[in-house]
Design a protein around this ligand. Sequence first.
Ligand SMILES: [Zn+2]
Length: 306
Amino acid sequence: MDRRITSTAAQAGHLWCLSALMLILWLPGIACSAPGGVEQGTMTVAVTLLPQAGFVEAVGGERVDVVVMVPPGASPHTYELTPEQMVRLSQAEVYVKVGTPVEFELVWMDRLTSANDDMLIVDCSHGIDLIHSHEEEEGANHDHHGVDPHIWLSVSNAIIMVENICEGLMAVDSGNEAYYRANCAAYVAQLRGLQEDLAESMASLEGGTFIVFHPSFGYFARDYGLTQMAVEQGGGEPDAQYIVRLVQEAKAQGARVVFASPQLSTRSAEVIAAEIDADVVIIDPLAEDYIPNMRAIAEAISQVVQ
Ligand SMILES: [Zn+2]
């Protein structure tokens, strides 16, 4: 669909819609939206991360067009918004932010919101128990302004995120409240199924440790009583002393695997892995298809927890 044409049409309003009815017949996706809801067509919902896109699609179904800001393969810690994305954003009815201090939102959120005054901002982190760092002075962790930003990698957090998204869609498109509510309930039921399965499969691993290159799995670790040992600290390159300590500890624990993610170079992870005689295994913190991805992550971590 040509979004420029859609945008022009929406701005021109009802009169234009009436007089150009013939034109509308062959332009898919155009809606003459009425006050209080998006009665025809779809609404555009922008999200920061791919897993959020999956959540919005699950709740919004055929009523939403999702625009993802951080594309596949990119990292939300470094990705920079393009002018094309800014244009698409000016057409969005809703922006679903992670709401934690993830660099993409720290850097771009003000510009994202000022590009579109009418856009409702949904904060996915609302109601989530955030992990605060207590070791900022030591700098021995990935502290992003004192809060671990990776909330989506906990199934219990994902349930809250999905419910926040549902509230947002209902607020903007109240005419279809029942539709969003039903989709939300169905998806949350699937997430609760996942939550029960993982609680069961991870139960015997409580107290265990796993090594990750980038510390994405703090909330996951908290859910199952695990410890993630991260190579990266403070969002940047670790210092030599810290690496020596990490390697010693990993060797002492007989660690066999260093987890890395597909969005970041694995070269440094391979250096550390070679040092402790372990393998690098890739797990994806940003896959769009959330439920099977979380099963794959849990399976990979459960195989190596010490
Ligand atoms: Zn991260």
